[in-house]
Design a protein around this ligand. Structure first.
Ligand SMILES: Cc1cc2ncn([C@H]3O[C@H](COP(=O)(O)O)[C@@H](O)[C@H]3O)c2cc1C
Ligand SMILES: O=C(O)c1cccnc1
Length: 346
């Protein structure tokens, strides 16, 4: 796979100089100042251009583990929510409409054939479908190597299509009942930490289900063994079609030098995995929000990313990333439009 180069150092220094020269006390814009400098360095230009065109891709899929008591909801909700995204009625649609973010939803592995949908809508939704549901990771591999590579390639294709269509910033979102289990396992594999540290309550499981979820992730990690040391084998053994596609999407963005705002656990678990494939990929990522899932915080810390928002959200869908888009636009406007101190004539 191609090598990931870091955002331009020269431009980053130029951006830092402009930030320091703005008509504000030094550092007074705090994280917004740093964020503006980051977007400028990703764009390779100072001042940065306004981030008008933003695309969110929601990768949907079901998970075999969901049939084994790890979620508060049944798998049928995945397909129902996919239909809700298509209708524009999910939480993330409301946020995206508010903030002018384009939403695209793709079925990589939903256990549903969507035969009731309009044929053109169904064809677009399922064009990259890898399989119906992914393997129950504590009992079997989620994917074959061919399926994992195919899903990653599909994610990369989609990222490049969005950029070719004009996207200046990419967001990733997820939908799939049970997906916090494989995502937590992917983080455990990436960080080399035990299941007890990564497992959270997902949709809101009770104490008993939480303990069972820990045991499921422990069994999955034990089954994967040394394969967890390799990112592709991590996706095969512990991931899913939708999470492999998300990883490919984020990796392609980093390879092509396109900035990304990350969402919650699934988005960040895939960002961690992308950075394992290509160390340094995370330089192209900013963290939209802190989820309540412990694995998300652990992975963000490993990647050196500090979330912009901390609202106690634990929804997924890309909602935390979309909620942070106005901050990124504000940061860009500040570094672009504020006068320089020397222009004040004092
Ligand atoms: C109605 C509904 C809408 C959602 N939107 C995102 N998720 C989120 O919750 C699920 C992950 O949690 P767990 O691993 O506990 O199943 C995923 O579908 C994720 O996208 C939802 C979940 C539900 C129930
Ligand atoms: O971190 C997330 O995005 C998340 C947490 C719980 C359930 N669904 C998503």
């Amino acid at each position: 796979m191609p090598y990931v180069s870091a955002p331009s150092d020269v431009v980053a220094r130029h951006a830092a100089r402009r930030l320091a020269a703005l008509a504000t006390p030094p550092g007074a814009l705090g994280r917004l100042g740093e964020l503006g400098a980051w977007i400028a360095s990703c764009q390779g230009q100072v001042p940065p251009v306004p981030v008008e065109r933003v695309s969110l891709v929601i990768f949907a899929g079901d998970h075999g583990v969901a049939e084994h008591g790890v979620s508060a909801f049944p798998s049928a909700v995945t397909g129902a929510m996919v239909r809700t995204f298509v209708l524009g009625r999910a939480s993330v649609n409301a946020l995206a409409a508010q903030h002018d973010v384009r939403v695209r939803v793709l079925d990589l592995g939903v256990d549903d054939d969507f035969e009731d949908l309009d044929p053109a809508v169904r064809a677009a939704l399922t064009q990259h479908k890898v399989r119906r549901s992914s393997g129950a990771i504590h009992l079997e591999d989620a994917l074959t190597e061919e399926q994992a590579r195919g899903a990653m390639a599909a994610g990369a294709t989609v990222a490049r299509e969005e950029v070719r269509a004009g996207a200046q910033l990419l967001l990733s979102g997820d939908m799939g009942i049970g997906n916090t289990t494989p995502a937590a396992a992917m983080v455990a594999a990436g960080l080399g930490v035990p299941a007890t540290e990564v497992v959270g309550r997902g949709t809101g499981v009770d104490d008993e289900t939480l303990a069972h979820k820990v045991a499921v992730v422990e069994a999955a990690l034990a089954r994967a063994g040394d394969r967890a040391a390799d990112p592709l084998q991590t996706l095969c053994a512990l991931g899913s079609a939708d999470l492999a596609a998300t990883t490919g999407y984020l990796l392609a963005a980093a390879q092509d030098g396109v900035p990304v705002l990350l969402d919650g656990l699934m988005s960040v678990a895939c960002a961690l995995t992308a950075d394992r494939f290509e160390p340094g990929a995370a330089a192209w990522f900013a963290a939209g929000h802190r989820s309540t899932e412990p694995a998300q915080s652990l992975a963000l810390a490993k990647l050196g990313l500090e979330p912009l928002l901390d609202l106690g959200m634990r929804l997924g869908e890309g909602s935390g990333a979309v909620a942070a888009v106005p901050l990124l636009r504000s940061a860009t406007a500040l570094l672009r439009d504020v006068a320089l101190l020397h222009e004040l004539g004092t």
